[in-house]
Ligand binder design. Sequence first.
Ligand SMILES: CC(C)(COP(=O)(O)OP(=O)(O)OC[C@H]1O[C@@H](n2cnc3c(N)ncnc32)[C@H](O)[C@@H]1OP(=O)(O)O)[C@@H](O)C(=O)NCCC(=O)NCCS
Length: 176
Amino acid sequence: MPAREEIIVRRLGAGEVRAQLDALAAVLVDCVAGGASVSYMAPFSHEHGREVFEAFATDVEHGRRLLVAAFAGDELVGTVQVVLALPPNQPHRAEIAKLLVHRSARRRGVARLLMEHAEVEARAEGRTLLVLDTVTGDDAERLYERLGWTKVGVIPGYALYPDGRPCDTTVFWKSI
Ligand SMILES: CC(C)(COP(=O)(O)OP(=O)(O)OC[C@H]1O[C@@H](n2cnc3c(N)ncnc32)[C@H](O)[C@@H]1OP(=O)(O)O)[C@@H](O)C(=O)NCCC(=O)NCCS
């Protein structure tokens, strides 16, 4: 990514998610290849990545989740999702999921921009309480603390890294 490329962050409709399947899959594949614990195990193929985002596109289409993407020029370099489909007694709540930034675009504030935009979109959907979980001790945990999220606690051995090692998970919430 060129050093001075402006980052544009915006919400994608279902059609745009489908149009960006290759780029979204590429970001996810890169994150898994980099060892991120984001639901998927290694080896993780581009085709599998496309299938994952095709399913997310269907959720976006039905209003079950919204997807925000970050672009450096024409190139999609990061994404995050807001899960809206929650039980009827939690209409004010949403969950943040799948914050992913391609390794080539990291440490430029892309994730911060994605999270700030996700909050704006969640608020626009009438949500006032956000929840997320993340691998304990990774870069994302510091990011969430900087962005004003409150740490609930750590669940030991909650998930696996792509190579099969167990990892702890930290749960956060934020009032918006
Ligand atoms: C976690 C993740 C999303 C962060 O993405 P990112 O775009 O690099 O995040 P940011 O750039 O906003 O912040 C990362 C760091 O860069 C620093 N930074 C931000 N802008 C910067 C700039 N212009 N110059 C130098 N450093 C900068 C931040 O201060 C932060 O520093 P820290 O790690 O020492 O706390 C990314 O590493 C990733 O995709 N990881 C794999 C997937 C994952 O774990 N997702 C979270 C699942 S919950």
